[in-house]
Design a protein around this ligand. Structure first.
Ligand code: NAD
Length: 298
C-alpha cells in the first residue's frame, strides 16, 4: 500500500533512506533546512515541500532524521500542530532517552502517535537498505511503521515503550565503545610483548576475546582486510558519532545513578579523541592514540 510520508532531515542518513521509500513506491514529501540536501531528495524522486509544516500537512507518517534531541523537539513544536490528528511520528535520529520520551509526550498531547526508531548500520546500511531499527512505543505504532522500516532496513526490533529504542541503541553502542578500547589496548599490549597482530587475532577471534570490534572492525591493519584500519582509518563509523552516542550513554548513566566506570571512561576517551579527529577517522583509530600515549609513558 502506498503511503504519503513526510521526510524531514535529508543528510547523510536521511537522504538515502528517503530515496529507498521513493523507490518502493511511496509518496515522499521532503524538507531540509539545507537547500542542497532538499535538492538531493527531489532528484531521488521526492516532492519538494516549502517548509516543515507544509511537508507534514497531508502526511500519514512523518519520519525525522536529525542531528540531536534539541533539533527534534524544536521541529516537533513547529509541526505537531500542522499535521492531521492521529498522524504517526517516527523519529529515527539518535537522541537522549529523556528527549525521546518528551517527544512522545508532546506528540500524544497534540493528538498524534509516536515511535522512536533509531538505527544502526551507518550510511552504507542506509544506502543498501540494510539498517537495523530499534523501536520504542506502542505495538500498534510499531506495526504501522513496520512496512516502511522493512523497506529502509533488514531488521526492526520492538524494544518496548517510549524511549526503549533509544535505550537499546545507547546500551549497544556503550558495549561497542568499551570493547573497541579493550581490543585496541590488547593489540598495543601485544606489540610491547613482541606478539604479532595476526597471532593475537587468530587466537582471540576464536577464543573468549571474540567480539565485533575485533572480528569485523579490527583496529589494526592486516587480519581483517575490510576493516577501516586497512584504509588509514577512513570511516566506517566516525569517531565523532561514537563520542556522541557515548555522551548520550553517559547522560543516562548519570541520570539513572548507574555505577558504570568503563562506560563513563569510554565516553571521556572518545570525547577527547573525537575532538582531535572529528568525523575524519573511524572510531577504531583510537588504537593510534593508545599507542602514542604508551610511547610517551615509557
Ligand atoms: P546529518 O547532519 O548529515 O543530517 C542531518 C540533517 O538534518 C541535515 O541535512 C540538516 O540540515 C537537517 N536538519 C537539521 N535541523 C532541521 C530542521 N529543523 N528541519 C529540517 N532539517 C533539519 O546527520 P546524519 O549523519 O544523517 O545523522 C542523522 C542522525 O542519525 C543523527 O542523530 C545520527 O546520530 C544518527 N546516525 C548516524 C549514523 C551515521 O553513520 N551517519 C549512523 C547511525 C545513526
Amino acid at each position: 500500500m502506498s503511503r504519503t510520508v513526510a521526510f524531514l532531515g535529508l543528510g547523510h542518513m536521511g537522504l538515502p533512506m528517503a530515496a529507498n521509500l521513493v523507490k518502493a513506491g511511496h509518496r515522499v514529501r521532503a524538507y531540509d533546512l539545507v537547500p542542497a540536501a532538499l535538492d538531493g531528495a527531489v532528484t531521488a524522486g521526492a516532492e519538494r515541500a516549502a517548509s516543515a509544516p507544509d511537508a507534514v500537512a497531508d502526511a500519514e507518517i512523518v519520519v525525522t532524521m536529525l542531528p540531536a534531541g534539541r533539533h527534534v523537539l524544536a521541529l516537533y513544536d513547529d509541526i505537531l500542530t500542522a499535521a492531521r490528528p492521529g498522524t504517526l511520528f517516527v523519529d529515527c535520529s539518535t537522541i537522549d532517552v529523556a528527549d525521546a520520551r518528551t517527544a512522545h509526550e508532546r506528540a500524544r498531547a497534540a493528538g498524534m502517535r509516536a515511535l522512536d526508531a533509531p538505527v544502526s548500520g551507518g550510511v552504507v546500511g542506509a544506502e543498501a537498505a540494510t539498517l537495523t531499527f530499534m523501536a520504542g512505543g506502542g505495538e500498534d505504532e510499531f506495526a504501522e511503521a513496520r512496512p516502511l522500516l522493512d523497506i529502509m532496513g533488514k531488521k526492526a526490533v520492538h524494544c518496548g515503550g517510549p524511549g526503549a529504542g533509544q535505550a537499546a541503541k545507547i546500551c549497544n553502542n556503550m558495549i561497542l565503545g568499551v570493547s573497541m578500547i579493550a581490543v585496541s589496548e590488547a593489540f598495543v599490549l601485544g606489540e610491547s610483548l613482541g606478539l604479532s597482530h595476526q597471532a593475537l587475532y587468530e587466537v582471540a577471534s576464536m577464543a573468549s576475546g571474540q567480539c565485533w570490534a575485533l572480528s569485523v572492525n579490527c583496529p589494526v591493519p592486516g587480519p581483517v582486510p575490510t576493516s577501516p584500519a586497512n584504509r588509514d582509518y577512513r570511516p566506517g563509523f566516525a569517531a565523532s558519532l561514537m563520542a556522541k552516542d557515548l555522551g548520550l550513554a553517559a547522560n543516562a548513566l548519570r541520570e539513572g545513578g548507574v555505577h558504570a566506570e568503563l562506560g563513563r571512561k569510554a565516553a571521556e576517551l572518545y570525547a577527547a579523541y573525537a575532538e582531535r579527529v572529528g568525523d575524519s577517522e573511524d572510531f577504531s583509530g583510537i588504537v593510534r592514540t593508545i599507542r602514542d600515549q604508551s610511547g610517551e609513558a615509557t
